[in-house]
Design a protein around this ligand. Structure first.
Ligand code: SF4
Ligand code: SF4
Length: 444
């Protein structure tokens, strides 16, 4: 056998192995369409490549052509071709007001002092918010996917989180000891992982990512927020793929609640530990107790990039994560933001925008929002849809190509799109082929 024949056979075997692994991992992920297509491709490819070789004994020129085409494809797919765009953060001159967050606004009930004061200040939101308030509340009867038992269970988890909101801060031990920042960073990161987080990073806290005024939660509404901590310890908690795949049905909301509770417990325990070391620390948890805007802080901590749908996309889990954070003055060593091709990929992909039933995700290019270049999500349209269906939707998270679980096959694709612009174009096309450009909604 000549070298040419060996190359031809090895290339064919590699493609077959990849297609077969794809079929197996798709079956495990319950992605029947992807499993069927990859199995069919496997059979056709094997018949043509190996059947042609052993039955027709083609001339060397044909073998050379096929081998060269396959190798060129492989090189284009995995070679570092093209640069990665980074998120451009200009000069941010104004902090975001938590009172403007849609989750705060839904709580301003007519006739209350908050309602009167807020809409006197922001009359432009009154009509749209009044319309939203007429819809059933999340997890309440009247939502399209309401289920008394499951919705009640999820509500109970959110109530647990709510109870934790008073435990986010406290006094320090008063025994502030000398700290080696490098060693402490290692210890804190390990502790956060041991407590149940999946990824952890440290950011220098950008004061512009601290909300300006309290919008909800146990603290006094409208009070100015003062948080001068130097660092934020940010972390991710993975959401299970099966639960996210059920979006927009209740299992994704159940998963969201469960992961928020886990993130809350991790942050509270970490903050408590840091205060015992003598340094101030505050946990930022769901249930209306954030003082900071988590996605950009987590970006600064090197945990991922912001995607078109507004979620942070982690290199390992994509947007299938919930975030938590503790801000502190404990001496630490900060990480750096990472760039792994998300901005380039999102510029072409558009899958979340195409699948968003509320039309809340822009299909157009980025715009500058308060100094940060991003795809501006329409929170009113998104949240309005949540209240119609009674869950937190999550369709954009589900269809995002970065959401696939970190198996060998998906990791190989991630490694390629991290560096090759050809791989990005091809993978967007392949994702649509395997999983559908607009997958049908699951039935309740
Ligand atoms: S959660 Fe649903 S409604 Fe909101 S942006 Fe995503 S897909 Fe659209
Ligand atoms: S679905 Fe596509 S465009 Fe939307 S965030 Fe994910 S990769 Fe970006």
């Amino acid at each position: 056998m000549t070298v040419l024949h060996a190359i031809y056979l090895v290339v064919g075997a590699l493609v077959c192995v990849f297609l077969e692994l794809l079929a197996i991992s798709s079956l495990r992920e319950d992605q029947l369409r992807a499993a069927t297509i990859s199995s069919t491709l496997f059979i056709f490819f094997a018949l043509i490549w190996f059947g042609g070789y052993f039955v027709l004994s083609p001339p060397d020129t044909i073998l050379t052509l096929f081998s060269v085409l396959a190798v060129v494809f492989f090189v284009l797919y995995f070679a570092p071709l093209g640069s990665n765009r980074e998120i451009r953060i200009g000069s941010i001159t104004e902090r975001f007001d938590e009172r403007d967050v849609i989750f705060s606004r839904e709580e301003y009930l007519p006739e209350t002092a908050e309602y009167i004061r807020y809409y006197a200040m922001k009359p432009e939101y009154k009509e749209i918010d009044d319309r939203m308030r007429k819809l059933p509340e999340l997890l309440e009867p009247g939502g399209r996917f309401y289920d008394a038992e499951v919705s009640g269970r999820i509500d109970a988890v959110f109530r647990q989180i709510e109870k934790l909101t008073t435990a986010v801060d406290g006094e320090t031990s008063g025994q502030c000891r000398e700290i080696d920042a490098v060693a402490m960073t290692h210890t804190i990161k390990q502790m956060v992982r041991d407590l149940g987080a999946d990824e952890v990073g440290i950011a220098v806290l950008n004061p512009m990512f601290v909300y300006s005024h309290v919008g909800r939660g146990p603290e006094k509404w409208s009070a100015p927020i003062i948080n001068n901590h130097r660092f934020a310890v940010a972390f991710t908690v993975e959401m299970r793929y099966a639960a996210v795949s059920a979006a927009p049905l209740l299992p994704i909301t159940e998963e969201t609640a469960d992961r928020y509770l886990r993130a809350a417990r991790i942050s509270i325990e970490l903050a408590d530990h840091i205060r015992a070391l003598g340094y101030p620390a505050r946990a930022h948890i769901s249930g209306s107790n954030y003082q900071i805007i988590l996605p950009p802080v987590a970006h600064d901590a090197g945990l991922g990039e912001l995607g078109r749908h507004g979620y942070l996309i982690s290199p390992k889990f994509g947007p299938r994560i919930r975030l938590g954070a503790v801000t502190t003055d404990l001496p630490l060593v900060a990480d750096k933001p990472v760039s792994f091709g998300v901005q380039n990929f999102c510029a072409r992909c558009l899958k979340c925008a195409v699948n968003c039933p509320a039309g809340a995700i822009p299909a157009a290019g980025k715009t500058e929002v308060r100094g940060v270049e991003k795809w501006p999500l329409n929170p009113e349209q998104c949240f309005h849809y949540w209240r119609v269906i009674g869950t937190d939707c999550g369709l954009c998270m589900k269809v995002c190509p970065y959401s696939h679980p970190p198996t060998f096959v998906h990791n190989a694709v991630r490694a390629a799109i991290r560096r090759s612009s050809f791989a990005r174009r091809f993978s967007i096309w392949a994702d649509d082929l395997l999983y559908g450009k607009k997958p049908p909604l699951p039935r309740p």
